[in-house]
Ligand binder design. Structure first.
Ligand SMILES: [Cu+2]
Length: 331
């Protein structure tokens, strides 16, 4: 009888574990990893998941078996047996979970410490977060500035964060990690991309009205691609309007044919004349105001406070004039 019970409980355990294993494997719960750090985190997930599946299946099997096997008959009004516990069982269900939880803790601590290591020669990128855009500076490459995060495949990168206004948070789902950018505090994160491709950086800390639009393109490239990108960026940095359009990150939010950009967060900039007319302003004044004081006039259908209000300071007067000429087609 006792042996029969154990066999039945084990049988139920196997069935429950199989159902859970199917649920765990059949769905794509996480994005496909693109960093060494996420590979390690994924290992921790599976390590903990396998343990959880086993324990949950066993507990469910014991409960279901007991409910079914030891239920009272309809006319049975008698008391249950006076049982005072089972010391062996209690020691067992204390020690086994303790060992498992400690194991998960140790594995997690090892992964956390490995993920924090940048190695001896990381690429450095300074990340600036502000309402509502990301910008990146490359101190190893003459402090080159960009609104696209370009990383090298298989090269560890140390990202150092700075926030200019409120708390933002860096998250590229395929990299598997999140890191807050907090005003007044220096935070950092190590990323070692493992495959080339295009990803999206998402702000994952509710930071204001434009939070949902606070995204940036991330590209992982090989060494040749990186060198070519650096060269192209450095040659593009001048005082021209097209260069200011790139360095200002305007294309991330605006579609503008001459720049080949396709951003969808702000209005398209190919028909500014009509908008200036609607606002009742001369074209050049209208465009200049839209850049230095975006909230002064809102394009119908768009919200206040999404376009950064800092361009009046971050761009030089020459750059702003060049931008206005570029956007109005009078360059
Ligand atoms: Cu944000």
């Amino acid at each position: 009888m006792r042996r029969g019970s154990i066999v039945r409980i084990l049988g139920l355990t196997v069935v429950f574990a199989a159902v859970q294993a199917v649920v765990a494997v059949a769905f794509k719960w996480l994005p496909t990893s693109a960093s060494r750090q996420m590979d390690r985190i994924t290992f921790v997930y599976w390590f903990a998941t396998v343990i959880c599946i086993a324990i949950f299946a066993l507990v469910m099997a014991v409960i279901v078996y007991s409910v079914w096997q030891f239920r009272a008959q309809p006319d049975d009004e008698s008391d249950g047996l006076p049982i005072h516990g089972h010391t062996g069982l209690e020691i067992g269900w204390t020690i086994v979970p303790a060992i498992l939880v400690i194991a998960i803790g140790v594995v997690s601590a090892i992964v956390l410490s490995q993920n924090g290591r940048a190695g001896t020669n990381p690429l450095h990128v300074n990340v600036t977060a502000q309402q509502f855009e990301w910008s990146f500076a490359y101190p190893d490459n003459k402090n080159l500035k960009s609104h696209e995060l370009v990383l090298l495949v298989n090269r560890s990168t140390r990202l150092d964060f700075e926030a200019l206004d409120v708390i933002h948070s860096f998250w590229v789902p395929e990299f598997g990690q999140k890191q807050d950018a907090v005003p007044g505090i220096h935070t950092h994160l190590v990323v070692t991309p493992t495959r080339t491709g295009h990803f999206t950086l998402i702000c994952t800390e509710l930071c204001g009205l434009g939070h949902a639009t606070m995204r940036a393109a991330v590209s992982v490239v090989d060494a040749a691609g990186f060198a070519a990108w650096i060269k192209k960026q450095q040659s593009g940095v001048g005082s021209g309007g097209s260069a200011a359009f790139v360095s200002g990150g305007c294309g991330g939010c605006h579609a503008f044919k001459p720049a080949g950009s396709a951003g969808q967060i702000g209005p398209g900039l190919d028909n500014l004349e009509a908008d200036a007319k609607k606002a009742g302003q001369p074209l050049a004044d209208y465009v200049k105001q839209a850049i230095v004081d975006p909230n002064a006039y809102l394009v119908p259908g768009f919200q206040k406070g999404v376009m950064p209000t800092t361009f009046g300071q971050s761009l030089s007067p020459q750059q702003i004039d060049a931008l206005v000429k570029y956007l109005t087609g009078t360059a």
